[in-house]
Write a protein that binds this ligand. Structure first.
Ligand code: EAX
Length: 328
């Protein structure tokens, strides 16, 4: 009998604990945040800042669960996830974004921004805000411009210091037609691919190289599969913090404001990490065995990709481009 009442007591304790657990689970709404990079990356620094800020501002109403390393898919798949509500928040490059919001293609033009200051200034100003607002017309919520960094070329074949050196190389690009057009002009064979597949493709030699900022090369340990890095800085790669309209449209204005503040804190933290890696990253890559070409004459690269501008303006006009150029 004693044994029986003990088990009844344990049983009701368990029920009580379960009920309490259920109450807690109801109290916090889970926000699933995805990105493609490792948990040591500049995106993860930004994801942590998003989580900390949103949970603090909402006093625990929202709980952010981070899914790094492409656990929720590549960037294109995650953007689709936002549109149908299977993902809540995504930190992504603009790589596949033009497929959804063509107005952002302008940002992907090579050699458009001359340095970080100019790019950040444009994205933080009226132009950046206009582009964030455009997300709303395409079933996405633009929360803040974050950062990936200036992109550079790596490959496993040979040192590259001129477009001639790059000619004939098979280079993985993002799924972005402006980037692909530019690389075609340069004489390389662009192979578009989602980021989570890139490391293996480099390892197996499906492609000879890829291009990404120092931040990504470090976070992904590309030195394990790439010997040569050329600091071409051929294009500035923005990142953006996007929300799902399926989630955001159901929130109060105050709650939406918390998400915006969290996204801004995320962007700020990510940019600081980008700046740190711009200072320390190249040395780290050298220590890990990469040969780094720092002395790159950018003029011939710039010349080679020029037709990409014509291809862009033929299709999308020159208004945005002119506005960005006027901001310099
Ligand atoms: O956003 O696909 C890429 O090369 C991106 O730079 C990467 O996913 C980080």
């Amino acid at each position: 009998f004693a044994r029986h009442s003990l088990s009844v007591a344990i049983g009701s304790l368990t029920t009580a604990a379960l009920a309490l657990g259920a109450m807690n689970a109801q109290a916090a709404q889970t926000i699933n945040l995805g990105h493609t990079l490792s948990d040591s990356s500049h995106y993860s620094v930004g994801a942590d800042a998003f989580k900390e800020t949103l949970e603090r501002l909402s006093d625990g109403e929202f709980e952010v669960v981070e899914h790094p390393s492409g656990a929720l898919g590549g960037e294109r798949a995650m953007i689709e996830g936002l549109q149908i509500g299977t993902v809540d928040v995504v930190i992504t490059s603009t790589g596949p974004l033009g497929n959804f919001v063509p107005q952002t293609y302008v940002l992907d033009l090579p050699f458009l921004f001359k340095d970080y200051d100019q790019a950040r200034c444009v994205l933080d100003g009226e132009i950046g805000q206009d582009l964030l607002d455009k997300m709303g017309e395409h079933n996405l919520v633009g929360l803040a411009w974050s950062e990936n960094g200036f992109r550079h070329m790596t490959n496993s074949k040979r040192p590259v210091t001129s477009p001639e050196d790059a000619e004939g190389l098979k280079i993985r690009t993002m799924e972005n037609k402006v980037h692909m057009a530019a690389f075609e002009q340069m004489g390389v064979h662009p192979t578009p691919m989602a980021f989570p597949e890139v490391f293996t493709a480099l390892q197996q030699g499906t492609v000879d190289g890829q291009e990404n900022p120092i931040t990504v090369i470090v976070a992904s340990k590309f030195w394990e599969v790439q010997d040569n890095l050329s600091l071409t800085g051929h294009v500035y790669s923005p990142a953006i913090v996007l929300g799902s309209p399926v989630l955001m449209d159901g929130l109060s204005e105050e709650e939406q404001g918390w998400f915006e503040q969290a996204a801004q804190a995320s962007a700020q933290a990510t940019r600081e990490e980008v700046s740190r890696l711009e200072r320390d990253g190249v040395e780290l890559l050298r220590e890990n065995g990469m040969t780094v070409e720092t002395d790159i004459d950018k003029a011939p690269f710039q010349e080679a990709v020029k037709p990409a501008y014509q291809i862009y303006t033929d299709q999308y006009g020159s208004e945005m481009l002119d506005r960005i150029r006027a901001s310099d």
